[in-house]
Design a protein around this ligand. Structure first.
Ligand SMILES: [Zn+2]
Length: 366
């Protein structure tokens, strides 16, 4: 009797110890949430909201990022798809390809993003880098909008974009007409971004959707000139300029390699976001080899992004990351780490530092 009670007590003690160990060991071994070494990747290009300004809250999105994605840019979409009853009747379009009705610049997105960010705890905020997008890049007043957003919401934003100049099927639908890479309004924007230290994520297709053979790639030439005019701005060229239909221009890897070798373009970075861009880079073993070779030669200049819109499900959210697995496998460990996290941390930490300093000098002391 005494013996069996003793055995039972010992068994109970062992069970309690086992439970205590099971709880305490993983907790003790776990690094804090803001230790980026915990995560596989940062997301340099993702949209919290869709073309009708709907999507998860920032806190819900944090759950989708989970233990895989450490940090992410925080922006919605600058363009709102109008529901024109005269065009689609009772059918409510949620995407720009579902209607002929125009898109228009929805400036409230900046206030929405700022309030989402401000609703988070400081620890949660550390995982986001909010961006200003609600301006028309063809408007000479665009830079003034950005200044106003920084003044209204100091301590929040670190960049501008993703904003688009040439985007297949989108630019032509924008109310008020398309933007242009040669517009002085864009020069004012980049001058201001350079002065403040805002990172700029720019989408501009490398080519038109269906070029004739040997057609001049005027878009890529105008883009190069724009970048050359603004050496003080930190620019991320979204999707390396390709799209759903816009294919890489002839010798695109050669063009990018020349740009990477040009010291006058050392402020330009490339994001490999969007599954529609990934499909070109992982199309064949040769494209993977060429793409990986380029990134290995210039590991400081590329960033990963998902370009997912309003993500609510982690598996779907990480689709583009999974598509890139064969490319990541061909990178050196150093290049892989930089594309997935290191370059993001370097660029956005610097933007945080510079924009907060600009606000201190220009907003908070006024
Ligand atoms: Zn995007």
């Amino acid at each position: 009797m005494i013996r069996s009670e003793k055995t039972r007590a010992l068994a109970m003690l062992a069970a309690v110890l086992a439970i205590a160990l099971a709880w305490s060991v993983p907790l003790a071994a776990q690094a804090p949430l803001n230790d980026w070494s915990r995560y596989a990747v940062h997301d340099g290009h993702v949209h919290l909201t869709n073309y009708i300004q709907e999507g998860p809250t920032a806190r819900e999105f944090l759950k989708v990022m989970g233990d895989k994605v450490g940090r992410a840019t925080l922006f919605g979409l600058p363009l709102q798809q109008m529901w024109s009853h005269g065009n689609t009747g009772d059918y409510a379009p949620t995407y720009y390809l579902q209607t002929d009705a125009p898109l228009y610049y929805y400036s409230f997105t900046d206030a929405y993003i700022a309030m989402q960010y401000k609703s988070l705890t400081p620890e949660e905020q550390a995982r986001f880098d909010p961006m200003i997008t609600g301006f028309n890049p063809a408007d000479m007043y665009a830079a003034d909008h950005i200044r106003r957003v920084l003044t209204t919401f100091p301590g929040v934003f670190v960049g501008i974009g993703e904003f688009s100049i040439h985007k297949e099927f989108v630019s032509a639908k924008i109310a008020g007409g398309p933007a242009s890479l040669t517009d002085p309004a864009l020069d004012r924007l980049f001058d201001f971004a350079g002065e403040v230290g805002l990172v700029a994520i720019l989408h501009s297709d490398a080519d038109v959707p269906f070029p004739k053979p040997n057609q001049e790639p005027w878009q890529i030439l105008q883009l190069r000139d724009l970048f050359l005019r603004h050496p003080k701005a930190t620019v991320i060229w979204a999707h390396i300029g390709v799209g759903r239909v816009v294919r890489p221009v002839q010798d695109q890897i050669g063009i990018i390699e020349r740009a990477l070798n040009n010291p006058a373009l050392s402020h330009v970075y490339f994001d490999i976001s969007w599954d529609e861009a990934a499909k070109y880079l992982v199309a064949t073993p040769e494209t993977i080899q060429r793409g990986a070779g380029l990134i290995n030669r210039f590991p400081d200049r590329f960033l990963f992004g998902t370009d997912e819109v309003a993500p609510t499900d982690q598996a779907k959210y990480l689709k583009t990351y999974d598509i890139y697995a064969p490319l990541f496998a061909k990178l050196t460990p150093e290049a892989s780490e930089k594309v997935r996290k290191g370059n993001y941390e370097r660029l956005f930490d610097e933007a945080r530092r510079r924009v907060r300093a600009w606000e201190k000098a220009n907003v908070l002391n006024k």
